[in-house]
Design a binder for this molecule. Structure first.
Ligand SMILES: [Zn+2]
Length: 318
């Protein structure tokens, strides 16, 4: 699969022939006039902010006339979106970008994507959503394929009025992005934290681990050789046994834990989640950088990249 940049001609074709308002998710359609729209008109960045559309027809007309490079809408609802004033509430959003995954099993460089790392991003998104639903009781969780990864957009009433700090705590919990304070308690580490830590450790290679400050080469090799046992210890919550397995002192063990936790938090961009005035790529629009459609995904298990390929790419004949 090759991902080319779309030409102006292709963007025009997309917005005049293919774009369909029925591909807008209901949660956006029903709140359209309360959202701030942002545009990147020519590929230089989303500098056209503070736009408001009272009807979907107005939006359609704008898209056909301007054939923008990128289209974004706010996660927030405002009384006056065209002034970004009168903030009412905001979705809880997570951005899992395949190009920024901290550990990739594919060979593609950081900053680029392939089908394999997009699939990894898909699985990470599903893990996060499962935790939000099981542990946090959230029900209205929507997935969007963004063109190079996935957005999770949660619109449960209970979370839409949360402040930044609380959103930050949610993202830390979901990703296993902080060492829990229950570490000294007999109960051990929380289940989510252990699962995320194990997931990260499982994907680690010697080359990653050797970047941990204070970790000697012999220790790295020992931890890698004993990977299965270390994973068992992490899943079982008896993390201090890692010290025994690898022969680590308490300080080195802490450094190892901090290294893993930093990787954990890299699976999503926490800045997106805490920013209650963020604009996100509009589902139904074109990601011109890769010539893919940004689409609402109803069934993540069955999502295929073909679902997001615009007509003009299929007509390119490869
Ligand atoms: Zn890749």
């Amino acid at each position: 699969m090759e991902m080319h940049e779309a030409t102006l001609e292709e963007r025009r074709q997309f917005y005049s022939e293919e774009w369909n308002k029925r591909e807008l998710p209901d949660f956006i359609l029903h709140t359209l006039s309360l959202r701030e729209f942002g545009f990147d008109l020519d590929g230089t960045g989303p500098s056209h902010r503070y736009n408001q559309f009272m009807t979907v027809e107005q939006l359609a007309e704008y898209l056909q006339n301007r054939a923008p490079y990128s289209v974004f809408a706010s996660v927030a609802l405002y009384e006056q979106p065209s002034m970004r004033k009168g903030w009412m509430k905001s979705e809880l959003a997570l951005d899992i970008d395949a190009k920024d995954l901290p550990l990739k099993s594919c060979g593609c460089a950081s900053g680029s994507v392939c089908e394999r790392c997009i699939d990894e991003a898909r699985r990470v998104a599903m893990e996060f959503a499962e935790t939000m639903s099981k542990d946090l009781g959230l029900r209205n969780i929507n997935f969007v394929y963004s063109g190079r990864g996935f957005h999770i957009r949660v619109i449960d009433d209970a979370i839409m009025t949360l402040e930044q700090t609380e959103r930050g705590q949610i993202v830390e919990y979901i990703t296993g992005g902080v060492i829990p304070t229950d570490v000294t308690m007999a109960l051990g580490y929380s289940k989510v934290f252990r699962e995320r830590l194990a997931r990260t450790f499982e994907r680690l290679g010697e080359e990653h681990l050797s970047k941990t400050r204070g970790l000697r080469k012999s220790v790295v090799q020992k931890l890698m050789a004993e990977k299965e046992r270390v994973l068992g210890v992490i899943r079982g919550g008896k993390l201090d046994e890692i010290s025994t397995l690898g022969g680590l002192g308490p300080k080195t063990f802490r450094q190892l834990l901090e290294f893993l936790v930093r990787l954990n938090s890299g699976f999503t961009d926490g800045k997106v989640t805490i920013d209650t005035k963020r604009i996100l790529r509009l589902p139904s629009s074109l990601h011109s950088g890769v010539s893919m459609k940004c689409v609402l995904v109803r069934d993540m298990e069955r999502f295929k990249l073909e679902d997001a390929v615009p007509k003009f790419v299929r007509e390119r004949g490869h």
